[in-house]
Design a protein around this ligand. Structure first.
Ligand SMILES: Nc1ncnc2c1ncn2[C@@H]1O[C@H](COP(=O)(O)OP(=O)(O)O)[C@@H](O)[C@H]1O
Ligand SMILES: [Mg+2]
Length: 256
């Protein structure tokens, strides 16, 4: 296997990545929030297919603003904190936000790799920790959905899986565009983010109906900004235990 040695490193513009005003991102997370993300990490390790060399985890939700990108950044951070080699990919090729959140350049990035630019697939990575790399979106393409599900994407992921332990892909919402569904066949599974007091039940039902129809492997749900119970931040539940998912199942039975 090739030694892990990125050729060109793009260092964040600021040595101290963005100080989110709400303290929602990695280094600035409150202790309890960080602990919740670590719990999600632990649960994911149980849920992910055993013996998979480099799981690729997609992060999606039903609509915009539920906290997909925030969750993707923080999950990547806690996996990297444990010492794993982690790559966070901005797969939201319509409204990319990872570069902005982490104060790195948004291009070159994934779309350049998909166009076959860059001799080595890891030419374009930024790094935040020694073992945490970020592949921003690159320039916005006209056909994100086709690109994400393409054989080019499959090849790019295949190469990247050789050099990382985990890959996390931030994706657009399921109810708005088909991008998340189109990449689903190329990844290990999907995490669905739900924001408390924000996501409407009917949107969530629509989202799960779509994911089920497309045979997407849902690894679990993350309850973002959860206010109930002891924890005040992200919570992770395996989808079969999640109340909305249950009601989705009963809805399916009712309609049979
Ligand atoms: N748990 C949270 N607490 C407070 N603000 C949050 C939380 N999660 C996300 N946000 C804020 O909500 C906005 C949308 O989050 P983002 O992760 O960009 O959503 P999405 O990627 O689903 O569109 C951002 O301004 C983000 O900082
Ligand atoms: Mg986003």
């Amino acid at each position: 296997m090739k030694r892990f040695m990125p050729i060109k490193k793009f260092i964040p513009q600021s040595a101290n990545p963005v100080k989110d005003i709400k303290n929602t991102l990695h280094k600035n997370l409150e202790f309890t929030a960080l602990e919740q993300y670590k719990l999600i990490r632990a649960n994911l390790d149980f849920t992910l297919p055993e013996n998979e060399k480099c799981p690729v985890i997609g992060v999606t939700s039903s609509i915009r603003g539920e906290g997909k990108s925030t969750t993707a950044v923080n999950l990547a951070y806690v996996f990297a904190e444990k010492g794993s080699r982690v790559l966070l990919i901005d797969g939201d090729l319509r409204i990319p936000s990872i570069a902005k959140k982490l104060q790195i350049h948004s291009a070159p990035g994934l779309t350049d790799l998909l166009r076959g630019k860059g001799k080595e697939s890891f030419d374009f990575q930024s790094y935040l920790l020694d073992n945490w790399f970020v592949l921003p979106s690159g320039d916005i393409p006209p056909n994100p959905s086709e690109l994400l599900g393409s054989s080019r994407m499959e090849n790019v992921l295949k190469q990247l899986k050789e050099v990382f332990d985990y890959i996390i892909v931030d994706l657009p919402p399921v109810n708005i565009v088909s991008d998340a569904v189109s990449i689903s066949g190329l990844i290990s599974g999907m995490i669905v983010v739900i924001r408390e007091d924000y996501t409407e039940k009917k949107e969530l039902e629509r989202c799960f109906r779509q994911l089920k129809l497309s045979n997407v492997n849902v690894l679990g749900c993350v309850m973002n900004e959860a206010k109930s119970g002891k924890a005040t931040y992200g919570k992770y539940r395996k989808s079969r235990n999640y109340k909305y998912y249950r009601s989705y199942e009963s809805h399916e039975k009712d309609s049979e």
